[in-house]
Write a protein that binds this ligand. Structure first.
Ligand code: BES
Ligand code: MG
Ligand code: ZN
Length: 479
């Protein structure tokens, strides 16, 4: 889906306008009658009402009070949610464009509101014929509340999240691995990102045994995409590497999923899409950071020559993996990418994946399960980045005792834990057998795909990880 975002000098006449304010003094800059103003002041004071809309026949005049108490993160999130509510209100009332004007309020607060409005306004509707669901098509922000730089960043980031959601929402029938690789490369190349797609024979010659094994039951080719953003003015010599799981559809393979668990499995490339989209935003805003994205992609199918439970595969670091369950496929393809990453001598590798149902069972849809190895400081920066964008990190224990869970009787390791407990952790333990650098693992299974809309994450793909990774890399650029 596309949207139009503009930075404007003046308010457009006869068009809906949203005033963002922090206190009643700001109301004198809003075009309100005396009685209206009284009403607003009273309701805000007595009923803690924050949202006011006045019907001006063909358009609306909206006033939103920011939250002035609570933690800064909660206050930003409040604004995003108000943005989402406003998008719903304007859509329902057939408004196609709106201008946002902040009055004595910080640019960051205005940006949070705009984010909620834009993300809440997202629709995946190109398969709908006839009348499309109501939504805004043009959003303007007045220059008094925004710098050009801030505006460009907001625009790049929102575009990135839209691209990510479009990819994750795209049905498997439309987006096989090679198509996925092609689309993300095509989006990136015009921005000066070097994009290389490895095909099946290149993947085989690199001995990416995990990706080859998972792809065996499929009649579609796998693809491994490498995105490189290496600007002249980079602050870091060793790259930060982002690795994203790109399972374009997960049937479970021969360890077939039941229908209800398979329904949303077109979204099993959400980690890969987030890595692409974060790099898209990084390149679009020209962050001075050397970043590489690695995205192994295939579907996981129970076809003809499929990988079978009990098969043992030899990874390119010579670790033999006994595949107990072919539905634990994400870790197999991520392992290849993690081994491959070491070639670049990275300062940090972050992988992001819809890896386990266990992560969802542990913390639901409100956070990202994470573990870290040799990257304590970076993890604390990532948590800060997550709190700011409200893609929050829940760090799990990573004790040595869990290693026992993936010991194999006949090979080096098994691809699932022996007990059903702590599945998100044992999955991470598996991955840790393939790293040789500071590392952070993110399991986004709970947040990537929403059953129903609650607020700006919407229904379907949420685009989780894009704002988080972008904000993290930006922090790394600033030292
Ligand atoms: N893609 C799934 C994990 C998943 C489940 C993501 C639900 C999003 C929503 C992954 O490949 C998988 O199937 N994991 C198995 C692992 C198990 C076999 C150890 C799982 O979590 O059930
Ligand atoms: Mg699976
Ligand atoms: Zn999967």
């Amino acid at each position: 889906m596309e949207f139009e975002l503009q930075l404007v000098e003046k308010i457009t006449e006869n068009e809906s306008i949203i005033y963002l304010v922090e206190n009643k003094d700001a109301l004198r800059h809003c075009k309100l009658g005396k009685e209206e103003k009284h009403y607003v002041i009273e309701k805000y004071r007595d009923d803690e009402k924050h949202f006011f809309a006045f019907n001006r026949l063909a358009y609306y005049q909206i006033i939103i009070f920011a939250k002035t108490r609570g933690s800064i993160h909660d206050r930003f999130e409040f604004m995003r949610k108000e943005g989402d509510k406003t998008a719903t209100f304007l859509g329902r009332n057939k408004q196609q464009s709106v201008t946002i004007k902040g009055i004595n309020i910080s640019q960051a607060m205005t940006a949070a509101f705009a984010e909620g409005l834009i993300l809440g306004n997202y629709r995946f509707d190109h398969y709908k014929t006839g009348k499309k669901p109501d939504s805004l098509n043009t959003i303007r922000i007045t220059a008094n509340s925004f710098t050009a730089e801030g505006f460009n960043e907001l625009k790049a980031l929102m575009e990135a999240v839209y691209h990510c959601r479009d990819l994750v929402n795209a049905p498997f029938q439309e987006l096989q691995a090679t198509e996925f690789a092609k689309r993300i490369s095509d989006f990136c190349r015009p921005l000066g990102v070097k994009a290389e797609i490895l095909n099946k024979s290149q993947i085989a010659s690199l001995k990416m045994a995990g990706l080859i094994a998972v792809n065996k039951g499929s009649s579609n080719e796998p693809a491994f995409t490498r995105l490189e953003w290496c600007p002249q003015d980079r602050k870091n010599q060793k790259p930060i590497i982002l690795v994203g799981k790109g399972i374009v559809f997960d049937t479970g393979g021969l360890s077939l999923k039941p229908p209800s668990a398979m329904e949303d499995m077109k979204s099993d490339m959400a980690g890969g899409a987030a890595v692409f989209a974060a790099i898209y935003a990084i390149a679009k805003t020209k962050l001075p950071v050397y970043v590489i994205g690695l995205i192994p992609a295939t579907d996981n199918q129970p076809g003809n020559n499929a990988l079978a439970p009990g098969d043992i595969i030899t990874m390119s670091n010579n670790v033999n993996v006994e595949v107990i369950n072919t539905d634990a496929e994400g870790r197999l393809i991520l392992a290849d990418a993690l081994i491959y990453a070491s070639k670049f001598d990275p300062s940090l590798v972050i992988d992001i994946a819809t890896l386990t149902g266990s992560a969802t069972r542990a913390i639901g849809k409100y956070g990202i399960v994470a573990v870290e190895s040799n990257a304590r400081k970076q993890m604390s920066t990532l948590k800060k980045a997550g709190d700011e964008v409200y893609e929050r990190i829940a760090q799990f224990p990573f004790w040595d005792e869990y290693d026992k869970e993936i010991e194999s009787e006949i090979a080096d390791i098994r691809n699932i834990g022996k007990s059903i407990n702590a599945g998100a952790i044992t999955a991470a333990k598996f991955l840790s057998r393939f790293i040789s650098y500071p590392w952070i693992h993110l399991d986004i299974a709970g947040m990537a795909f929403m059953e129903k809309k609650e607020s700006y994450p919407g229904s379907g793909a949420s685009g989780v990880g894009v704002r988080l990774l972008y904000n993290f890399v930006k922090k790394m650029a600033n030292g």
